[in-house]
Design a protein around this ligand. Structure first.
Ligand code: NAG
Ligand code: NAG
Ligand code: NAG
Length: 292
């Protein structure tokens, strides 16, 4: 009898902790992803990922579960040599017409020309918020760390620990913010040579296929999306284990902002907020507000 009571007590304790600790961790391509395109083009072993593109197909995977807030990181080595026309993508997205999405995309280039690191964000189906950077390192000769931090107040894109972009929550000012839909994690490699490289002028050279991009040390530490109840629970700053709502996670330090500004002034090659022609002078409202 005593044994049973102890067991019950332990069970109740574990259940209570599981409810209190909403953090969900996934860290393995084999266990946590499914292949959505190009089964014979994808290899996953011991948490490593190999995405292949040739003339017959590209390759794509997505996480099994969806997340609402947290941090998602992956070390990526992009296609070496002539990657013109190819696009490697690593992003989070919900589904449906009014979907949310946070993007890293890597646009290939001819041998010796720089990759483009492309970022974008959709909220309630609205995107058109591209910012692009040329890398300040060689993204094809080793693995680099691409991380998305996402919490109720801002989204931050990091490259090798340096923040490069922030999208703040201006919901009160009428700018939609991704905070009501769980997003799955996606990774893919495909050819988009009608637009990707130098405006579509440089095409994929298929005689140089297969093109290969690699991923490593995927890690998602997030609030697990469990349906609409998560909207309130994952955003609740009074729940202690919601570390993604804590000020230390939500705010960049002075030195991080300094480093970001150096990268943005030296390596940003496109900013939607500066593209007055595109928006015919009516700039998106967040562009005139504090960005970080
Ligand atoms: C990747 O970068 C993130 C954000 O700076 C950092 O928290 C994380 O520890 C880094 N991961 C690795 C494996 O270096
Ligand atoms: C490719 O290289 C050209 C020339 O350096 C550069 O203008 C362009 O931004 C690079 N990236 C892409 C994706 O075309
Ligand atoms: C494609 O690559 C092959 C093999 O390297 C090369 O001989 C050919 O000139 C390339 N084609 C173009 C259009 O650059």
């Amino acid at each position: 009898m005593a044994g049973l009571r102890v067991q019950t007590l332990i069970f109740v304790l574990v259940a209570a902790l599981a409810i209190l600790d909403r953090t969900f961790v996934e860290a393995n391509f084999d266990k946590n992803f499914i292949v959505t395109w190009g089964k014979h083009h994808i290899g996953t072993t011991n948490g490593n990922l190999r995405l292949v593109l040739d003339k017959s197909a590209g390759s794509a995977i997505r996480s099994k579960v969806a997340h609402l807030f947290g941090t998602v990181e992956m070390l990526i080595k992009l296609v070496p040599g002539n990657s013109a026309g190819t696009v490697a993508a690593y992003y989070m997205s919900s589904t449906g017409t009014a979907h949310d999405e946070i993007d890293f995309e890597f646009l290939g280039n001819s041998t010796g020309e720089p990759y483009t690191i492309h970022t974008n964000i959709f909220a309630k189906g609205k995107g058109d918020r591209e910012q692009q950077f040329k890398p300040w390192f060689n993204p094809t000769n080793g693995f680099h760390n691409y991380t998305i931090h996402w919490n109720p107040s801002e989204v931050v894109w990091f490259v090798d620990g340096t923040p490069i972009r922030v999208f703040r929550n201006y919901e009160k000012e009428g700018v939609a913010y991704p905070n009501k839909q769980g997003m799955k994690v996606f990774a893919s490699l495909w050819s988009a040579d009608d637009w990707a490289t130098q405006g579509g002028r440089v095409k994929t050279n298929w005689t140089q296929a297969p093109f290969v991009a690699e991923g490593r040390r995927y890690k998602a530490r997030t609030c697990l999306w469990q349906g609409p109840a998560s909207i309130k629970q994952c955003a609740d700053p009074t729940i202690k284990s919601n570390w993604w709502t804590s000020p230390s996670f939500s705010q960049l330090t002075r030195s991080q902002i300094d480093r970001m500004q150096k990268i943005r002034s030296g390596f940003m090659i496109y900013d939607y907020c500066k593209d007055t022609n595109r928006f015919k002078g009516v700039m998106p409202p967040e562009c005139s507000k504090r960005q970080f």
